[in-house]
Design a protein. Structure first.
Length: 238
């Protein structure tokens, strides 16, 4: 199969974490990590673009050996250790308040997932909460402008201007790169804005149907198994 367009080479790769370089038990795919290191060694920086928090993303960033910025919390926080602090693009307090008020009317756990302890720009409910009930409550509340995005790991409550696409724009501006020169790899609906922004996109096997609908390429390999053949194709073209 043709992984990347003929005559095109990415100058950076934006990679989702959960469900992309991990499986749905949140275990890292070691071959995927090795493949990402091969790209870094070839001078193609890795940008981790995730719904996860900055602390966890930074740990993985270091252990991978990535060099690009980190786009965390679905674009709510953009950061590189060499910068003078993170770019926090929203105050997550309002999203937290939304969850607290919602729990007074419908059956949800307003404390949400464990990583809320470190969230800076959004708030996450458990993925198995009733999505229809959450959407209905939010749309009929004073928080109706908030976005509600479900991934395989959480239901994200966030300000409407936040997305991986908008966060990636900030990162690429800092890098001096055009979105057309970037490849994105992901698995979930929160990757859609990122896929719509960049020059080329690959959805891993087992991805959400909504992401498959906008991806340029759909991998025949599940999750992290995508990376070895994808990176082989990139390096061969290089």
């Amino acid at each position: 199969m043709q992984w990347i367009p003929s005559g095109w080479m990415p100058k950076a790769i934006a990679v989702d974490i959960d469900g992309t370089i991990t499986d749905y038990n949140k275990k890292l795919h070691l071959d995927a990590i090795q493949s990402l290191r091969r790209l870094e060694e070839a001078g193609i920086p890795i940008i981790l673009a995730t719904g996860n928090v900055r602390a966890i993303t930074y740990g993985l960033w270091r252990f991978i050996g990535a060099s690009g910025p980190m786009v965390c919390e679905n674009g709510g926080v953009v950061w590189h250790p060499d910068w003078n602090g993170p770019i926090v693009r929203a105050d997550g307090e309002r999203a937290r308040e939304c969850a607290t008020k919602m729990a007074q009317d419908i059956e949800i756990d307003p404390k949400g997932i464990t990583t809320n302890a470190w969230r800076e720009s959004e708030w996450c409910l458990f993925a198995d909460e009733d999505l229809d009930a959450v959407n209905n409550w939010v749309s009929n509340s004073i928080y109706s402008d908030l976005s509600v995005v479900r991934t395989g790991f959480a239901i994200h409550l966030m300000e409407p201007h936040l997305s991986k696409g908008e966060g990636l724009k900030v990162a690429l501006e800092k890098m001096g790169l055009s979105p057309e020169d970037v490849l994105a790899v992901g698995d979930a609906p929160n990757d859609i804005p990122m896929f719509q922004l960049v020059g080329h996109s690959v959805a891993v096997g087992g991805c959400f149907d909504s992401l498959a609908a906008v991806a340029k390429v759909i991998s025949p390999h599940p999750h992290g198994d995508t990376f070895a053949p994808l990176v082989d194709a990139i390096l061969k073209a290089n």
